[in-house]
Design a binder for this molecule. Structure first.
Ligand code: ADP
Ligand code: MG
Length: 272
């Protein structure tokens, strides 16, 4: 039998990989502009939190980063997204390669409910063109469930359906599924909003652990959470009738302690 390393198409990531750069990104739905020239560097191995009121374009921005925006009818965009200096939107870059490098976890846990826990974890392999043998998959399932903090709880019931897990466990299963294709970046859109405080804290801990090897961009409405999990923060705002834009960004500690803009101060202190 061949070893895992020699056959599975899952290269180890160099430790410098995974810096995402958005440059002057604008977005439209039909005639309506919803993001205006957003530029943000999301450095490798760090957690960047996107904060700001509902409707200011945070989810749209995330979807642009991994090319989900272009699938929405009527959606358009301008600007550039670079992953380690390479254009995510380059015509020769296949969509599956963008998806493989840049994973996404959503607000509502969305495992395939009837599919087993095991099959949920490896579901992304085929979709992104990765072949793996049974032993390779076994290894991957343990590794990814381990990284997502779920292995101990489910190792004896990998054949049970994903839908049988609790909400927090389902979200961790979704994180494990995202990790199985070895992404460089993990995008998380309010991953804890549907969860109880205990599940939330466990996922926050997982996020911090993952950040050692994966770049993380997380949208959160919870200012305590932003301070607990993120290294850097970007404050988005769509002022009356204008598209969403970044008001300020920088290291999280500084942004909360000494925000440069009064609107940031108002937002992080709960004044709107
Ligand atoms: P946020 O995540 O910050 O709450 P969104 O990115 O979801 O903001 O939305 C930004 C703006 O784009 C909002 O005004 C929203 O109504 C609009 N929008 C989002 N998705 C769509 C869509 N599929 N079609 C049309 N408009 C949309
Ligand atoms: Mg959103």
């Amino acid at each position: 039998m061949t070893s895992i390393e020699s056959t599975v198409l899952l290269p180890a990531r160099p430790s410098t990989a995974g810096t995402l750069d958005a440059r002057a990104v604008s977005a439209w739905f039909g005639d309506r502009k919803v993001l205006d020239r957003v530029s943000l560097t999301m450095p490798q191995g760090q957690v960047t939190a996107l904060i700001g009121p509902s409707g200011c374009g945070k989810s749209t921005f995330l979807r642009i980063l991994n090319r989900m925006h272009e699938l929405i009818p009527g959606a358009a965009l301008a600007g550039e997204v670079l992953l380690d200096g390479t254009d995510v939107y380059a015509p020769e870059r296949r969509l599956t390669s963008a998806r493989r490098d840049i994973g996404m976890v959503f607000q509502k846990p969305n495992p395939f409910p009837a599919m087993s826990i095991y099959d949920n974890v490896v579901a992304g392999l085929k979709l992104t063109g990765i072949r793996a043998s049974r032993p390779e998959k076994d290894h991957l399932v343990e590794e990814c469930l381990g990284k997502a903090g779920l292995w101990r709880e489910v190792q004896d019931r990998l054949r049970q359906p994903g839908g049988a897990l609790s909400g927090g466990q389902q979200q961790r299963l979704c994180i494990a599924r995202s990790l199985a294709v070895r992404p460089k970046v993990l995008l998380m859109d309010e991953p804890c909003s549907a969860l109880d405080p205990t599940s939330t804290r466990r996922i926050e801990q997982t996020i911090r652990e993952l950040a050692e090897t994966v770049t993380i961009v997380i949208v959160t409405h919870n200012m305590q959470q932003a301070q607990r999990v993120s290294d850097r923060c970007a404050f988005f705002l769509a002022e009356q009738g204008t598209p969403g834009a970044i008001v300020e960004h920088g290291p999280t500690g500084a942004m909360f302690a000494t925000p440069a803009d009064p609107r940031t101060s108002d937002y992080v202190n709960g004044r709107f």
